[in-house]
Design a protein. Structure first.
Length: 474
């Protein structure tokens, strides 16, 4: 009889081996699909905006998004607190085959207490957004010279839809903290693709600023679907009144929250503040150029940070289990991969801008006249994005932002927040420099404002905090 051979282990395909080498799990994969789709579809969206929007309308469009980002002033960092508190309780819980949350009774009671607390917080935040930021945005646009742009109706609708989205935010954060990131990121990918398709239809049909309303509506639809359909039994598990211990606001939430609240509000000055600043001092046309470029770069930065963000529940669980060697191994590998992705993506984007600059003024050969409409659109795009110099400055400024976020992702699972003074100070200094240099020198000045603070304060300061924290662990 011939000798029977033992079955050989199935070899993984080279794409799977590559993804594993790059620390891409299911959660990171869907996050990258979402960000990658935004980055790939971005040029199409840019071309449609250039083709169908006037330069003034483009400025209003991106300024809308920058003012909506003021929701950080009412949300005040509660999302981060919720994520890490949830991840600590999740180590004693699980979701059964029917979709209900089960596990240790004390942990389940604390989860119900936390859910009730954050839902109340975000409901109040939604009301403050309507009454504060909604009115402030109205007066901001009302103070601008009349330019024929119909912005009132779209602004009212965006404010209302964003307030409803704020109420849904803690539900998604609870899911992320319970290690459902792969599912929530899959729905975010659906959200990203459908929102882009809706945007293309809206822009090409002449919807103007109502395009921003459509984006908010699509986002709210997917979030409500995730909460009310996909995870309805999960949230039903959190509805009964708790019968055991609860989360203490004064001892567990507030000591971390007030520090995060200050930093979250200050973060606005290194993310969206620069667009309304350009709108005010340089006009809607320059604001539109900066908005187009900055949106693409921030999409890249968020894609790179997805490696860290999707592992936040894992980090919290590893720290709760005191498995620090595994925590450090995963963190440093993710830091290397995400930083390499950021640098490579930023370099590629600057290269594209450089090529567009080289094409400026060139004429299409007569034999290629069929491509003339597309060629004209490319030339129009050149005038609607920033030149290479300020683009390079802004791309380099992403590196300090990324390093700071990674350091915070390392320390916050330990329920510690040693970043208050450094992070708040660097954000406010950045805002001051961007305001002073930006209003005088335009996007180039704003780019130097970002970069100088990042290189001289953010990177040295955050690395010093990380070094001191790791030494205490030894």
């Amino acid at each position: 009889m011939s000798e029977q051979r033992e079955p050989q282990p199935q070899q993984r395909s080279w794409p799977r081996r590559l993804l594993n080498r790059m620390e891409v799990n299911r959660a990171v994969f869907y996050a990258l699909v979402s960000r990658g789709w935004q980055f790939v579809s971005g040029p199409v969206t840019m071309l449609l905006i250039v083709a169908f929007f006037s330069s003034e309308l483009q400025g209003y469009y991106y300024t809308f998004g920058a003012l909506v980002a003021l929701q950080t002033f009412v949300e005040m960092g509660m999302q981060v607190v919720t994520l890490y508190l949830t991840s600590h309780e999740w180590s004693k819980l699980e979701i059964d085959e029917r979709g209900y949350l089960i596990g240790e009774e004390a942990a389940l009671s604390r989860m119900r207490s936390l859910a009730a607390l954050v839902l109340k917080w975000y409901s109040i935040a939604g009301l403050f957004f309507v009454g504060g930021i909604g009115i402030a945005g109205y007066w901001f646009f009302q103070s601008q010279p009349a330019d024929g742009v119909d912005w009132q109706g779209p602004w009212y609708c965006i404010v209302g839809l964003t307030a409803l989205t704020l109420v849904a935010t803690p539900c998604l954060t609870l899911l992320d903290g319970c290690d459902q990131v792969s599912v929530t990121n899959r729905y975010r990918a659906f959200q990203s693709v459908t929102a882009t398709l809706v945007v293309w239809i809206a822009i090409s049909s002449g919807a103007g600023l109502w395009t921003s309303v459509a984006i908010c509506a699509v986002r709210l639809f997917w979030e409500l679907w995730l909460i009310g359909v996909r995870y309805r039994r999960f949230f039903a598990s959190l509805l009964p009144s708790r019968t055991g211990p609860g989360v203490s606001w004064s001892e567990e939430v507030w000591p971390l929250h007030w520090k995060l609240a200050i930093q979250a509000m200050a973060t606005y000055f290194t993310s969206s503040f620069v667009i309304p600043l350009m709108f005010e001092y340089q006009g809607p046309e320059i604001a539109g150029q900066l908005g187009l470029t900055w949106t693409a770069l921030m999409t890249l930065q968020m894609a790179a940070y997805s490696w860290m963000l999707s592992r936040a529940p894992l980090f919290g669980s590893l720290v709760a289990q005191n498995n620090l060697p595994e925590f450090k191994r995963v963190f440093w590998r993710l830091f290397q991969v995400s930083t390499q992705v950021l640098i490579a993506g930023g370099t590629l984007f600057c290269l594209i801008v450089w090529i567009l600059q080289l094409l400026q003024g060139m004429e299409l050969p007569e034999s290629w006249s069929i491509l003339q409409p597309l060629w004209d659109l490319v030339h129009k795009l050149q005038r609607r994005i920033l030149p290479l110099y300020p683009t390079v400055l802004l791309a380099l400024a992403l590196i300090p932002i990324h390093i700071a976020q990674c350091v915070m992702a390392y320390i916050r699972p330990f329920k510690q927040e040693p970043f208050l003074f450094l992070n708040t100070g660097s954000q406010l200094i950045t805002g001051g420099l961007v305001w002073y240099l930006g209003k005088t020198y335009g996007p180039v000045g704003a780019g130097w404002g970002f970069l100088l603070t990042g290189l001289l304060l953010t990177i040295p300061g955050f690395l010093f905090i990380l070094k001191r924290f790791t030494q205490k662990q030894l």
